[in-house]
Design a binder for this molecule. Structure first.
Ligand code: 5GP
Length: 118
């Protein structure tokens, strides 16, 4: 399915039109600190291409999806939470609590996280 072009606040961060505390970037993704952190470490990992959510990713983006998860794990090491443990979450749609329609993985850690989520 071909998605029409769309833009979000994350598109503005990718184009450096608004600032972000970037902790990692490469040719296909960027990781930056969440503006409203829910844990001591709260980083968002996003693809440069504006996929609306995991539900909108296509089979030809499987390599990119794997890379994003690999970057989540690398960010956790960089942030010093790999040994203590952390959570990687992606919210999808209304019931998932997604507020920005640009695929992003939350990397959360630095405290004991509750389960199940609310
Ligand atoms: P969602 O609710 O879609 O899963 O997550 C979106 C996340 O983006 C939220 O945790 C929110 O705090 C974060 N966010 C929204 N706007 C900005 C922004 O302008 N800068 C940064 N760094 N994070 C943002």
């Amino acid at each position: 399915m071909t998605e029409p072009e769309h833009d979000t606040i994350f598109g503005m961060i990718l184009r450096e039109e608004i600032p972000a505390d970037i902790v990692y970037e490469d040719e296909s993704c960027m990781a930056f600190r969440d503006i409203n952190p829910q844990a001591d470490v709260h980083v968002l990992v996003i693809p440069r291409t504006p996929i609306r959510s995991l539900a909108h990713a296509t089979r030809d983006q499987e390599v990119l999806l794997g890379h994003l998860l690999s970057v989540c794990a690398a960010v956790a090491v960089q942030e010093g939470i790999s040994d203590s443990g952390y959570r990687v979450v992606t919210n999808i749609g209304r019931d998932g609590g997604q507020s920005v329609e640009h695929l992003h993985f939350h990397v959360l850690g630095g405290r004991s996280l509750g389960w199940p989520p609310g």
